[in-house]
Design a binder for this molecule. Structure first.
Ligand SMILES: C[S@@+](CC[C@H](N)C(=O)[O-])C[C@H]1O[C@@H](n2cnc3c(N)ncnc32)[C@H](O)[C@@H]1O
Length: 248
C-alpha cells in the first residue's frame, strides 16, 4: 500500500475494474466541496494544466478533473501542491465514461471540457475515440440546462468526426453557429466536407498544453468547439426537473 492520497483525490471503492467505482458509489458535489457552486469538469485532464489553472483563476467555481492515466494524475498532484492546493479542485482517477454517470447527479455539470482527446487516427481505431455515442450517452444527461461543452483538437479528421457526433445530438446547440474555420495551412488532410462554420474562437480560459504545442509544431491547426445544452426534458409526471431542482 502506498502513502495516503491527498484530500483532493477522490478515491472511492472500486468495482469490477480498477477504473470504475463500486456499484452505488455516489458523488454529491455540494458534499465534496462543502458548498454549491458552478461545477466545471474536465475529462482527460492529463497533467492538470487546464483544470489547475482554472481552479486558481476561478475560486467562485468548483472543478473536477477526471484522468485515468495515473502518471498524469501524479503530475497533476505535484502541480496542485506547487499552487497551494486550492479548495475548489478535486481529482477523480477513474474512467469518466463509466464513473461519471454512475456517480454524479443528472444536471450537475455547468461546464464540461474535453481538450486534445486521443485522436486514434487509424480507421480501425476510430471506435476507441472518446467522442462517440457511448461517452455522449453517459455525459450529456449530466449537463445542466445552459451548460457549456467545450472541446479542442489538433486533428482535422477528429474535429470533423466530433462535428458529426455532436451536431446530431438534439440536446446540444452550437454556441458559435457562424464561427469560421481556423485559418492557415494544415499539415493533416482536411476532409473535403468539413463544416465551413460553427467553430468556436479559442476559449480564453484554455491554457496551451503540451499536446496543443506538439500539434502546432507539427503544422496542424487547432479546432475549437463549444455547444450549449438546451432545456432538459420534462420528467415523466409532467413536472420539469428544472422546477424540482429550484425547490431544493
Ligand atoms: C491526449 S491526452 C490530453 C490531455 C489534456 N487534455 C491536454 O490537453 O494536455 C488525453 C487524456 O485523456 C485521458 N482519457 C482518455 N479516456 C479517458 C476516460 N475515459 N476517462 C478519463 N480520462 C481519459 C487519457 O488518459 C489522456 O491523459
Amino acid at each position: 500500500m502506498g502513502p495516503p492520497l491527498p484530500r483532493y483525490v477522490i478515491d472511492p471503492p472500486r468495482g469490477h475494474r480498477d477504473t470504475l467505482p463500486a456499484a452505488g458509489t455516489r458523488l454529491e458535489p455540494a458534499e465534496i466541496f462543502g458548498r454549491r457552486a458552478e461545477l466545471v469538469v474536465e475529462v482527460g485532464s492529463g497533467t492538470g494544466e487546464n483544470i489547475v489553472a482554472a481552479a486558481l483563476e476561478h475560486p467562485e467555481r468548483d472543478h473536477l478533473g477526471v484522468e485515468v492515466y495515473l502518471p498524469g494524475l501524479a503530475q497533476t498532484l505535484s502541480r496542485v501542491e506547487r499552487c497551494g492546493s486550492p479548495d475548489n479542485l478535486r481529482m477523480l482517477p477513474l474512467d469518466a465514461q463509466g464513473a461519471l454517470p454512475a456517480m454524479l447527479p443528472e444536471g450537475s455539470i455547468d461546464e464540461l471540457w474535453v481538450y486534445f482527446a486521443d485522436p486514434w487516427p487509424k480507421q480501425r481505431h476510430h471506435k476507441r475515440r472518446l467522442i462517440n455515442p457511448p461517452f455522449l450517452d453517459a455525459v450529456l444527461p449530466l449537463l445542466a440546462e445552459g451548460a457549456v461543452f467545450r472541446l479542442a483538437t489538433d486533428w482535422a479528421q477528429y474535429a470533423h468526426h466530433m462535428r458529426s457526433q455532436l451536431d446530431a445530438r438534439p440536446e446540444l446547440t452550437l454556441l458559435h453557429p457562424s464561427g469560421p474555420r481556423p485559418q492557415g495551412r494544415s499539415s493533416d488532410a482536411i476532409p473535403p466536407d468539413m463544416a465551413a462554420t460553427g467553430w468556436a474562437p479559442r476559449f480564453e480560459g484554455r491554457v496551451k498544453t503540451g499536446f496543443e504545442s506538439k500539434g502546432r509544431a507539427a503544422g496542424r491547426l487547432i479546432w475549437d468547439l463549444a455547444y450549449t445544452r438546451g432545456p432538459r426534458p420534462p420528467a415523466p409526471d409532467g413536472t420539469s426537473d428544472i422546477e424540482e431542482s429550484t425547490e431544493q
